[in-house]
Ligand binder design. Structure first.
Ligand code: ATP
Ligand code: RIB
Length: 311
Protein backbone atom coordinates (compact mmCIF):
# COMPACT_ATOMS: atom_id res chain seq x y z
CA UNK A 1 0.00 0.00 0.00
CA UNK A 2 1.32 3.42 -0.99
CA UNK A 3 1.99 5.95 1.80
CA UNK A 4 -0.05 9.17 1.64
CA UNK A 5 1.79 12.35 2.60
CA UNK A 6 0.10 15.73 2.88
CA UNK A 7 2.53 18.60 2.24
CA UNK A 8 1.26 21.88 3.69
CA UNK A 9 3.69 24.42 2.33
CA UNK A 10 4.75 26.88 -0.38
CA UNK A 11 4.58 27.04 -4.16
CA UNK A 12 6.77 29.42 -6.19
CA UNK A 13 7.80 30.08 -9.72
CA UNK A 14 11.62 30.22 -9.60
CA UNK A 15 13.63 32.57 -11.80
CA UNK A 16 16.85 30.56 -11.81
CA UNK A 17 19.87 32.64 -12.92
CA UNK A 18 23.36 31.14 -13.39
CA UNK A 19 26.29 33.42 -12.61
CA UNK A 20 29.98 32.89 -12.10
CA UNK A 21 29.89 34.68 -8.75
CA UNK A 22 27.09 36.63 -7.03
CA UNK A 23 27.33 40.44 -7.29
CA UNK A 24 28.63 42.50 -4.38
CA UNK A 25 26.47 45.23 -2.84
CA UNK A 26 25.97 47.98 -5.46
CA UNK A 27 27.52 45.87 -8.25
CA UNK A 28 25.88 44.84 -11.55
CA UNK A 29 27.07 41.70 -13.29
CA UNK A 30 26.14 39.82 -16.45
CA UNK A 31 24.57 36.40 -15.87
CA UNK A 32 25.31 33.26 -17.91
CA UNK A 33 21.79 31.83 -18.43
CA UNK A 34 18.31 31.83 -16.90
CA UNK A 35 15.19 29.68 -16.79
CA UNK A 36 11.77 29.79 -15.15
CA UNK A 37 11.19 26.54 -13.26
CA UNK A 38 8.72 25.11 -10.77
CA UNK A 39 10.05 25.79 -7.26
CA UNK A 40 8.94 26.57 -3.74
CA UNK A 41 10.03 24.42 -0.83
CA UNK A 42 6.60 22.80 -0.57
CA UNK A 43 6.18 22.08 -4.27
CA UNK A 44 9.70 20.60 -4.43
CA UNK A 45 8.90 18.27 -1.53
CA UNK A 46 5.43 17.31 -2.77
CA UNK A 47 7.04 16.50 -6.15
CA UNK A 48 9.71 14.36 -4.49
CA UNK A 49 7.01 12.30 -2.74
CA UNK A 50 5.09 11.77 -6.01
CA UNK A 51 8.23 10.96 -8.05
CA UNK A 52 9.41 8.44 -5.44
CA UNK A 53 6.16 6.47 -5.42
CA UNK A 54 4.22 8.01 -2.55
CA UNK A 55 0.67 9.41 -2.73
CA UNK A 56 1.34 13.14 -2.63
CA UNK A 57 -1.37 15.62 -1.62
CA UNK A 58 -0.31 19.26 -1.79
CA UNK A 59 -2.03 21.96 0.30
CA UNK A 60 -0.81 25.34 -0.97
CA UNK A 61 -2.00 28.70 -2.30
CA UNK A 62 -1.49 29.99 -5.85
CA UNK A 63 -2.64 33.23 -7.50
CA UNK A 64 -5.17 33.21 -10.32
CA UNK A 65 -2.44 34.22 -12.80
CA UNK A 66 -0.31 32.74 -15.58
CA UNK A 67 2.38 31.40 -13.20
CA UNK A 68 -0.30 29.77 -11.03
CA UNK A 69 -1.83 28.01 -14.06
CA UNK A 70 1.57 26.80 -15.31
CA UNK A 71 2.55 25.48 -11.88
CA UNK A 72 -0.75 23.67 -11.27
CA UNK A 73 -0.48 21.86 -14.58
CA UNK A 74 3.14 20.85 -13.79
CA UNK A 75 1.99 19.43 -10.42
CA UNK A 76 -0.76 17.44 -12.15
CA UNK A 77 1.71 16.03 -14.69
CA UNK A 78 4.03 15.08 -11.79
CA UNK A 79 1.23 13.04 -10.20
CA UNK A 80 0.45 15.37 -7.28
CA UNK A 81 -3.14 15.51 -5.94
CA UNK A 82 -3.96 19.24 -6.30
CA UNK A 83 -7.44 19.13 -4.75
CA UNK A 84 -6.26 21.03 -1.63
CA UNK A 85 -4.62 23.88 -3.59
CA UNK A 86 -6.33 27.27 -3.16
CA UNK A 87 -6.41 29.64 -6.13
CA UNK A 88 -6.65 33.22 -4.84
CA UNK A 89 -8.02 36.21 -6.77
CA UNK A 90 -6.30 38.89 -4.71
CA UNK A 91 -2.67 37.69 -4.49
CA UNK A 92 -0.07 36.73 -7.11
CA UNK A 93 1.63 33.33 -7.19
CA UNK A 94 4.84 33.26 -5.12
CA UNK A 95 8.04 34.12 -6.97
CA UNK A 96 11.65 33.31 -6.06
CA UNK A 97 14.86 34.63 -7.58
CA UNK A 98 17.44 31.87 -7.30
CA UNK A 99 20.98 32.95 -8.15
CA UNK A 100 23.28 29.96 -8.61
CA UNK A 101 27.06 30.35 -8.65
CA UNK A 102 29.55 28.22 -10.61
CA UNK A 103 30.13 25.93 -7.60
CA UNK A 104 26.37 25.19 -7.36
CA UNK A 105 25.75 27.31 -4.22
CA UNK A 106 22.62 29.46 -4.30
CA UNK A 107 21.16 32.67 -2.85
CA UNK A 108 17.38 32.90 -2.82
CA UNK A 109 14.91 35.76 -2.34
CA UNK A 110 11.22 34.82 -2.10
CA UNK A 111 8.25 37.09 -2.73
CA UNK A 112 5.57 35.18 -0.81
CA UNK A 113 2.44 36.39 -2.66
CA UNK A 114 -0.35 33.83 -2.24
CA UNK A 115 1.76 31.68 0.13
CA UNK A 116 1.26 34.33 2.83
CA UNK A 117 -2.50 33.71 2.68
CA UNK A 118 -2.45 29.95 3.28
CA UNK A 119 -4.66 29.88 6.37
CA UNK A 120 -4.62 27.53 9.35
CA UNK A 121 -8.31 26.82 8.70
CA UNK A 122 -7.70 25.63 5.12
CA UNK A 123 -4.65 23.60 6.16
CA UNK A 124 -6.49 21.80 8.96
CA UNK A 125 -9.51 21.15 6.69
CA UNK A 126 -7.15 19.70 4.08
CA UNK A 127 -5.71 17.34 6.70
CA UNK A 128 -9.22 16.29 7.80
CA UNK A 129 -10.28 15.70 4.19
CA UNK A 130 -7.18 13.89 2.89
CA UNK A 131 -6.57 11.61 5.92
CA UNK A 132 -2.79 11.38 5.39
CA UNK A 133 -0.39 8.86 6.93
CA UNK A 134 2.01 11.76 7.66
CA UNK A 135 2.08 15.54 7.29
CA UNK A 136 5.03 17.57 6.10
CA UNK A 137 5.58 21.35 6.49
CA UNK A 138 8.17 24.10 5.97
CA UNK A 139 8.08 27.63 7.37
CA UNK A 140 7.57 29.29 3.97
CA UNK A 141 3.88 29.82 4.81
CA UNK A 142 2.41 31.66 7.86
CA UNK A 143 3.93 30.36 11.07
CA UNK A 144 0.48 30.19 12.72
CA UNK A 145 -0.63 27.78 9.99
CA UNK A 146 2.28 25.42 10.70
CA UNK A 147 1.61 25.71 14.41
CA UNK A 148 -2.13 24.89 13.96
CA UNK A 149 -1.24 21.88 11.78
CA UNK A 150 1.21 20.64 14.44
CA UNK A 151 -1.56 20.74 17.08
CA UNK A 152 -4.01 18.97 14.76
CA UNK A 153 -1.44 16.23 14.02
CA UNK A 154 -0.55 15.83 17.70
CA UNK A 155 -4.21 15.50 18.74
CA UNK A 156 -4.92 13.03 15.93
CA UNK A 157 -1.69 11.01 16.32
CA UNK A 158 -0.50 11.78 12.78
CA UNK A 159 3.31 11.92 12.52
CA UNK A 160 4.41 15.42 11.55
CA UNK A 161 7.73 16.17 9.86
CA UNK A 162 8.97 19.77 9.82
CA UNK A 163 11.68 20.99 7.48
CA UNK A 164 12.57 24.08 9.49
CA UNK A 165 13.32 26.52 6.70
CA UNK A 166 13.34 29.36 6.16
CA UNK A 167 14.13 30.25 9.77
CA UNK A 168 13.20 33.48 11.51
CA UNK A 169 14.09 34.74 14.97
CA UNK A 170 10.44 35.86 15.21
CA UNK A 171 9.14 32.28 15.33
CA UNK A 172 8.28 31.05 18.77
CA UNK A 173 9.09 27.36 18.36
CA UNK A 174 7.58 26.73 21.79
CA UNK A 175 4.14 27.30 20.16
CA UNK A 176 4.52 24.09 18.16
CA UNK A 177 2.98 20.87 19.46
CA UNK A 178 5.43 17.95 19.76
CA UNK A 179 6.33 16.69 16.28
CA UNK A 180 7.95 13.52 14.97
CA UNK A 181 10.93 15.01 13.10
CA UNK A 182 12.33 18.54 13.20
CA UNK A 183 14.94 19.15 10.51
CA UNK A 184 16.89 22.42 10.10
CA UNK A 185 19.82 23.04 7.74
CA UNK A 186 23.05 24.69 8.91
CA UNK A 187 21.91 28.32 8.53
CA UNK A 188 18.56 27.57 10.18
CA UNK A 189 20.33 25.76 13.02
CA UNK A 190 22.47 28.83 13.61
CA UNK A 191 19.40 31.10 13.77
CA UNK A 192 17.58 28.80 16.20
CA UNK A 193 20.50 27.81 18.43
CA UNK A 194 23.23 30.38 17.80
CA UNK A 195 25.73 27.67 16.82
CA UNK A 196 27.21 26.46 13.57
CA UNK A 197 28.47 23.01 14.58
CA UNK A 198 31.85 21.99 13.19
CA UNK A 199 32.26 18.63 14.91
CA UNK A 200 30.16 15.89 16.49
CA UNK A 201 30.32 17.35 19.97
CA UNK A 202 29.11 20.75 18.76
CA UNK A 203 26.32 18.98 16.82
CA UNK A 204 25.22 17.27 20.02
CA UNK A 205 25.18 20.62 21.88
CA UNK A 206 23.15 22.28 19.09
CA UNK A 207 20.67 19.37 19.00
CA UNK A 208 20.23 19.56 22.79
CA UNK A 209 19.56 23.29 22.53
CA UNK A 210 16.98 22.60 19.82
CA UNK A 211 15.35 20.07 22.13
CA UNK A 212 14.62 22.86 24.63
CA UNK A 213 12.73 24.79 21.92
CA UNK A 214 10.71 22.10 20.14
CA UNK A 215 9.83 18.58 21.20
CA UNK A 216 10.52 15.93 18.58
CA UNK A 217 11.22 12.21 18.44
CA UNK A 218 14.17 12.90 16.13
CA UNK A 219 16.16 16.01 15.20
CA UNK A 220 17.72 15.60 11.76
CA UNK A 221 20.39 18.25 11.14
CA UNK A 222 21.06 18.79 7.41
CA UNK A 223 24.74 19.50 6.96
CA UNK A 224 25.22 19.95 3.19
CA UNK A 225 28.10 17.88 1.82
CA UNK A 226 28.66 16.34 5.27
CA UNK A 227 25.23 14.62 5.05
CA UNK A 228 22.97 14.68 8.11
CA UNK A 229 23.22 14.17 11.86
CA UNK A 230 20.37 12.37 13.64
CA UNK A 231 19.72 13.09 17.33
CA UNK A 232 17.28 10.74 19.05
CA UNK A 233 17.27 12.54 22.40
CA UNK A 234 20.29 10.57 23.65
CA UNK A 235 22.96 10.10 20.99
CA UNK A 236 23.93 11.73 17.75
CA UNK A 237 24.76 9.74 14.60
CA UNK A 238 26.19 11.16 11.41
CA UNK A 239 24.87 9.69 8.15
CA UNK A 240 27.25 10.75 5.36
CA UNK A 241 25.99 11.67 1.91
CA UNK A 242 27.35 10.45 -1.44
CA UNK A 243 30.07 11.94 -3.60
CA UNK A 244 28.73 13.70 -6.73
CA UNK A 245 29.69 16.63 -8.95
CA UNK A 246 27.62 19.56 -7.67
CA UNK A 247 25.74 21.58 -10.31
CA UNK A 248 22.99 23.36 -8.32
CA UNK A 249 22.08 22.78 -4.67
CA UNK A 250 18.53 24.21 -5.04
CA UNK A 251 15.92 21.81 -3.57
CA UNK A 252 18.60 19.63 -1.92
CA UNK A 253 17.07 20.11 1.51
CA UNK A 254 13.48 19.87 0.23
CA UNK A 255 14.11 16.60 -1.60
CA UNK A 256 16.14 15.17 1.31
CA UNK A 257 13.46 15.83 3.92
CA UNK A 258 10.55 14.67 1.74
CA UNK A 259 12.38 11.47 0.73
CA UNK A 260 13.40 10.82 4.35
CA UNK A 261 9.75 11.27 5.43
CA UNK A 262 8.44 8.87 2.77
CA UNK A 263 11.06 6.20 3.46
CA UNK A 264 10.60 6.49 7.22
CA UNK A 265 6.86 5.92 6.81
CA UNK A 266 7.61 2.82 4.69
CA UNK A 267 10.42 1.30 6.76
CA UNK A 268 10.01 2.85 10.25
CA UNK A 269 13.84 3.06 10.30
CA UNK A 270 15.15 6.63 10.66
CA UNK A 271 18.74 5.75 9.67
CA UNK A 272 17.68 3.89 6.51
CA UNK A 273 15.35 6.85 5.77
CA UNK A 274 18.30 9.27 6.06
CA UNK A 275 20.49 7.16 3.75
CA UNK A 276 17.61 7.12 1.26
CA UNK A 277 17.16 10.92 1.65
CA UNK A 278 20.90 11.48 1.13
CA UNK A 279 20.84 9.41 -2.08
CA UNK A 280 17.87 11.40 -3.43
CA UNK A 281 19.41 14.77 -2.43
CA UNK A 282 22.81 13.95 -3.89
CA UNK A 283 21.18 13.28 -7.27
CA UNK A 284 19.26 16.57 -6.88
CA UNK A 285 22.46 18.61 -6.32
CA UNK A 286 24.08 17.05 -9.40
CA UNK A 287 21.39 18.60 -11.65
CA UNK A 288 20.14 22.06 -12.53
CA UNK A 289 16.84 23.44 -11.18
CA UNK A 290 14.33 22.52 -8.49
CA UNK A 291 11.44 20.11 -9.27
CA UNK A 292 13.15 18.88 -12.47
CA UNK A 293 16.35 18.04 -10.58
CA UNK A 294 14.61 15.58 -8.22
CA UNK A 295 14.99 11.93 -9.33
CA UNK A 296 12.19 9.45 -9.87
CA UNK A 297 12.25 5.88 -8.53
CA UNK A 298 14.03 4.42 -11.59
CA UNK A 299 16.78 7.07 -11.52
CA UNK A 300 17.25 6.54 -7.81
CA UNK A 301 17.52 2.75 -8.21
CA UNK A 302 20.18 3.19 -10.91
CA UNK A 303 22.19 5.58 -8.66
CA UNK A 304 21.94 3.18 -5.70
CA UNK A 305 23.22 0.31 -7.85
CA UNK A 306 26.07 2.36 -9.42
CA UNK A 307 27.29 3.62 -6.03
CA UNK A 308 26.80 0.24 -4.29
CA UNK A 309 24.67 1.93 -1.64
CA UNK A 310 23.26 -0.31 1.08
CA UNK A 311 20.19 1.36 2.52
P1 ATP B 1 18.63 23.90 -0.07
O1 ATP B 1 19.73 24.28 -1.05
O2 ATP B 1 17.53 23.13 -0.69
O3 ATP B 1 18.15 25.06 0.75
P2 ATP B 1 19.52 22.93 2.44
O4 ATP B 1 20.47 24.06 2.75
O5 ATP B 1 18.20 22.95 3.12
O6 ATP B 1 19.33 22.84 0.88
P3 ATP B 1 21.69 21.11 2.73
O7 ATP B 1 22.11 20.77 4.09
O8 ATP B 1 22.56 22.04 1.95
O9 ATP B 1 20.17 21.57 2.80
O10 ATP B 1 21.55 19.80 1.87
C1 ATP B 1 20.53 18.84 2.12
C2 ATP B 1 21.05 17.49 1.75
O11 ATP B 1 21.46 17.50 0.36
C3 ATP B 1 22.29 17.06 2.50
O12 ATP B 1 21.93 16.54 3.76
C4 ATP B 1 22.85 16.02 1.55
O13 ATP B 1 22.11 14.83 1.63
C5 ATP B 1 22.57 16.66 0.19
N1 ATP B 1 23.72 17.48 -0.25
C6 ATP B 1 23.89 18.80 -0.09
N2 ATP B 1 25.08 19.21 -0.59
C7 ATP B 1 25.67 18.10 -1.10
C8 ATP B 1 26.92 17.83 -1.77
N3 ATP B 1 27.81 18.79 -2.01
N4 ATP B 1 27.18 16.57 -2.16
C9 ATP B 1 26.29 15.55 -1.93
N5 ATP B 1 25.10 15.74 -1.29
C10 ATP B 1 24.80 16.99 -0.88
O1 RIB C 1 14.59 25.27 -1.25
C1 RIB C 1 14.63 25.78 -2.55
C2 RIB C 1 13.41 26.62 -2.80
O2 RIB C 1 13.40 27.73 -1.91
C3 RIB C 1 13.33 27.27 -4.18
O3 RIB C 1 12.71 26.42 -5.12
C4 RIB C 1 12.63 28.59 -3.93
O4 RIB C 1 11.38 28.72 -4.55
C5 RIB C 1 12.52 28.71 -2.40
O5 RIB C 1 11.26 28.37 -1.95
Amino acid sequence: MSIKILTVSSANMDLNMRVNECPLKGQTIIGDSYSYVSGGKGANSASAVAKLGGKSVFCAALGNDENGKILKSIYEKTGIDTSCILVLEDAPTGLATVTVEADGANRIVVFSGANAALSAEHAVKSAEKSKPDAVFCHFEIPYDTVSAVSHYCHENKIPMFIDAGPASEDYDLLKLAPVFVFSPNETELEIYTGTEPKNENEMLCAARKLQTLVKAEYYVLKLGKRGVAVYDGKTINIIPTYDVKVVDTTAAGDSFTAAMTLEYMRSKDIYRACRYGNAVASITVSRQGALDAIPDEAELEKFIAEKNIIL
